[in-house]
Design a binder for this molecule. Structure first.
Ligand SMILES: Cc1cc2nc3c(=O)[nH]c(=O)nc-3n(C[C@H](O)[C@H](O)[C@H](O)COP(=O)(O)O)c2cc1C
Length: 171
């Protein structure tokens, strides 16, 4: 089974989860046959400010406006994957703009695929963002979804369990 994890991360929480999910999926390898996991990090050509007040003002405004910033070249062959996991930080209650670009650029190819979404946020409204992403994707049902609170900065047993459950449901 081929699985891809596509994510954007500014301060590494979403990246941390991508790596954890990959580790967990590969650890389950024996019971599920051959699993290949590709981790694809997307990045905008023009980076968002990542320090000070600018970080929240620019990123937040861009997310609210539904911007789709140009991405650095990435390789993503949709037809290769049985499962596609999309990860994003929550910005202003929704996905970070680079993820919006990715979905837009691959929307047709993503339709009919088994998709899982995870979001990282500072507060507890992450599942609301998941719902918005599902609508933008135009899928009726996600294979699985999870929302985690700053999982790299604040590791908890509950987060670890959530990641475990997410991986079990993805395969
Ligand atoms: C521009 C910006 C907007 C944000 N908006 C929200 C928000 O609306 N709700 C929330 O809970 N967290 C918000 N956050 C916090 C991040 O979602 C959270 O810290 C996340 O874990 C960061 O993921 P990352 O380390 O992968 O970038 C925001 C962060 C930034 C930079």
């Amino acid at each position: 089974m081929n699985i891809s994890i596509v994510f954007y991360s500014m301060s590494e929480n979403t990246a941390f989860v991508a790596n954890k999910v990959k580790e967990e999926l590969l650890a389950n390898n024996n019971s599920n046959g051959d699993i290949n996991v590709d981790v694809i990090r997307i990045e905008p050509v023009k980076a968002f400010p990542s320090e000070g007040a600018k970080k929240f003002i620019w990123g937040g405004k861009s997310a609210v406006m539904g911007d789709k910033p140009e991405l650095k070249p990435y390789t993503f062959e949709t037809s290769k994957y049985d499962r596609i996991i999309i990860g994003t930080p929550v910005w202003a209650g929704t996905m970070a703009p680079p993820v919006r670009t990715f979905i837009e650029e691959n929307k047709d190819a993503l339709s009919g695929k088994q998709i899982g979404i995870y979001v990282c946020s500072a507060g507890d409204k992450g599942m609301k963002a998941v719902e918005k992403i599902r609508k933008v994707l135009g899928v009726d049902k996600l294979r699985f979804a999870m929302a985690l609170i700053d999982p790299k900065d604040k590791p908890t047993e509950a987060n670890a369990k959530e990641i475990e459950g997410f991986c079990k449901n993805m395969v």
